[in-house]
Design a protein. Structure first.
Length: 608
């Protein structure tokens, strides 16, 4: 979604802002702009479209001199993508300028009042009320004006603010939308996400809800909404800077697909000690684990799909009933949560608005909340009772791959830990399963070796209109993810269908030449899947199967096969998804799509 960067210091601000915004491009945006104080006034340049346009308009920042500035990439919510709706937004006399991430929910009410007081609006954005409200409350004291605005606005926000009267200062405020501050030696920075400022600093301060900060070139002062100073300690960011760069790959998505063996290993290896699973951050004693009677897994998008898979793993191994919910549904359905229910929120970004709201809903009902999160210090990580981090490193491509794979691993470990404590699996089985997990990185590596074969196959389907993914059990959950990967990156319509459900409706869409991808990694469901494959082939489908090595009899029934190495049936998702990710990637680039930044999508969905 939207991105914010701000700089104040000794260097020229505009190139730093443009560079920072380029690191946030992956979040998704449709316009961009920067504001720089040039020594006598604040200048704004903004434009619809990609950052390239802004770079051209500002001659890569050279035509906007000044050492203080704020910048923004906008993902349209209120008002279409346009030059006018792009941020930053000025007040009437151009003495205050604001960039904003989030949504001001009471903006219509505020707008009406401001219009009654003579304010004129030129954009359709909710953000414009913020700058006029600042103007209304500003009587020479920025702190007072910002605090008053924070009391008046409802919804979510991260603001970057400059006052022409105080050209040596930048202000930033936050509620429910990420905001960090970093010190860069010869200046200070604000940003909505770590990659924007990673090049300049590794030491960041997280602004919490309803806090704000004043930056000068050599100081930062933090405040609560009562304008009282508060102290903060910095967090050290361990991410390798190269991890946020393409490193020779054509696209982030391909790079991240290739990083999966390492990310998977980094997620399990610190938690496997002397043949045991040690998850210290779980913060649960064996007695507490034994007292859990039910698990609710709540997430969005691909993270939800990992929950769909791991429902089978938890129920099969630990014999605990599991419900899996989409966060956007869970938060409004008044879920029944007992004291002995564990709620597991899964999120790569840790900032997904619906997942965060679901977490709060669960906590308000007294449930213990465990978060499985990738971004350290993110909102979900901070608000959960316990956090289990996935060690995927920064994921830049909008379509998740390596974070997805590490979310699976974190849940396998959790399920095995619960199974061991609850004595629902034997020592031998437990040991064999750990060995299977340890072999996954090298098996993923093997599958990645087949990329040319998959690219060739994908090239035959660049013109497909519809693709169907079918499977049963875990294979249905894999199909859901494969289908999402394909549609979000290539814009081809695709659907996942539980294979047994085909004849209840979806089979009517199968016609001569329709591509159906069948996933068959569960031996006990193999004969049933073959029947479903026969049904679609009879109606003209071209069937590509993903199945376990050794299942050669499948070749009689399908048109194309991808074999995955042998692993425990509970872990097959970690392998079967790899060729399907590659398939989506190659279809997308073959069709000329912007694979890393698909249209209309954002990397972290921080608004509802
Ligand atoms: O950051 P999160 O894991 O909470 O994000 C959840 C979804 O928005 C995300 O998985 C989305 O579906 C991806 N585009 C899938 O590739």
């Amino acid at each position: 979604m939207c991105g914010i960067v701000g700089y104040i210091g000794k260097e020229q601000a505009a190139p730093i802002l443009l560079d920072g915004l380029s690191k946030l491009e992956y979040r998704g945006y449709d316009s961009a702009g920067i504001a720089v104080y040039d020594g006598s006034e604040i200048k704004v340049v903004k434009s619809k479209g990609r950052l390239k346009v802004l770079n051209e308009l500002t001659h890569d920042g050279a035509s906007m001199p000044g050492t203080v500035g704020i910048g923004h990439t906008r993902w349209a919510t209120h008002g279409a993508p346009s030059d006018t709706n792009a941020h930053p937004h000025f007040n009437k006399d151009e003495s205050i300028v604001v960039v904003h991430n989030g949504i001001i929910e009471n903006y219509l009410k505020l707008k009406k009042k401001l219009i009654e007081r003579g304010y004129e609006f030129c954009s359709d954005t909710d953000t414009e009320v913020v700058v006029h409200l600042l103007d209304y409350y500003y009587h020479g004291n920025p702190l007072e004006a910002i605090a008053k605005v924070m009391h008046r606005v409802e919804g979510s926000y991260a603001f970057g603010i400059m006052f022409a009267d105080f050209p040596g200062e930048i202000y930033a405020a936050r509620k429910d939308s990420p905001l960090i501050v970093g010190s860069a030696g010869d200046g200070n920075l604000i940003a909505s996400d770590v990659p924007a400022i990673l090049r300049y600093t590794r030491s960041v301060y997280y602004i919490q809800n309803q806090e704000f900060v004043k930056l000068t070139a050599d100081s930062m002062t933090f405040y609560n909404m009562d304008e009282e100073e508060i102290t903060k300690t910095p967090t050290k960011i361990e991410w390798d800077i190269n991890a946020a760069e393409k490193g020779g790959y054509e696209h982030f998505m391909l790079k991240e697909i290739y990083e999966q063996p390492g990310a998977v290993r980094d997620t399990f290896s610190p938690r496997l000690k002397d043949g045991k699973i040690v998850i210290e951050e779980l913060g649960m004693t064996d007695e507490e684990i034994l007292s859990v009677k039910k698990i609710h897994i709540v997430a969005c998008g691909s993270a939800y799909h990992t929950g769909m898979t791991c429902k089978y793993v938890f129920e099969g191994l630990a014999r605990i009933p599991v419900e899996v919910d989409l966060a956007s549904e869970f938060r409004y359905r008044d879920p029944i949560l007992e004291k002995d229910t564990l709620v597991v929120i899964i999120s790569q970004s840790g900032e997904t608005a619906d997942s965060l709201a679901a977490l709060r809903e669960a906590k308000s009902k007294g449930s213990r909340v465990l978060a499985i999160v990738n971004v350290i210090g993110s909102s979900i990580a901070r608000e959960a009772d316990n956090v289990m981090y996935t060690w995927a490193g920064p994921e830049i491509a909008v379509a998740t791959t390596k974070a997805y794979s590490t979310q699976l691993i974190a849940q396998y470990l959790l399920a095995l830990k619960f199974a061991q404590v609850r004595e629902t699996i034997g020592e031998k089985e437990f040991g064999e399963m750990l060995t299977d997990i340890e072999r996954l990185p090298e098996q993923i590596e093997m599958l990645l070796g087949n990329k040319e074969k998959i690219q060739k196959f994908a090239n035959r389907y660049l013109g497909a209109r519809d693709v169907f993914f079918i499977g049963r059990g875990i294979d249905y959950a894999i199909s859901m993810e494969a289908s999402l990967k394909l549609k979000e990156t290539s814009y081809i319509h695709s659907e996942a269908c539980a294979a047994g459900e085909l004849k209840h409706g979806t089979i009517s869409l199968i016609e001569e030449g329709t591509l159906v991808s069948a996933v068959l990694t569960q031996d006990h469901l193999f004969p049933k899947m073959i029947s479903n494959i026969v049904e679609v082939r009879t109606r003209g489908a071209f069937v590509m199967a993903v199945t376990n090595v050794g299942n050669v009899e499948i070749e009689k029934n399908v048109d194309y096969v991808i074999y995955i190495p042998k692993t425990n049936p509970y872990f097959t998702n970690s392998l079967a998804i790899i060729p399907l990710q590659l398939f989506a990637y190659y279809i997308s680039i073959g069709r000329g799509c912007d694979v890393d930044k698909p249209r209309n999508l954002a990397k972290s969905v921080t608004v509802e």
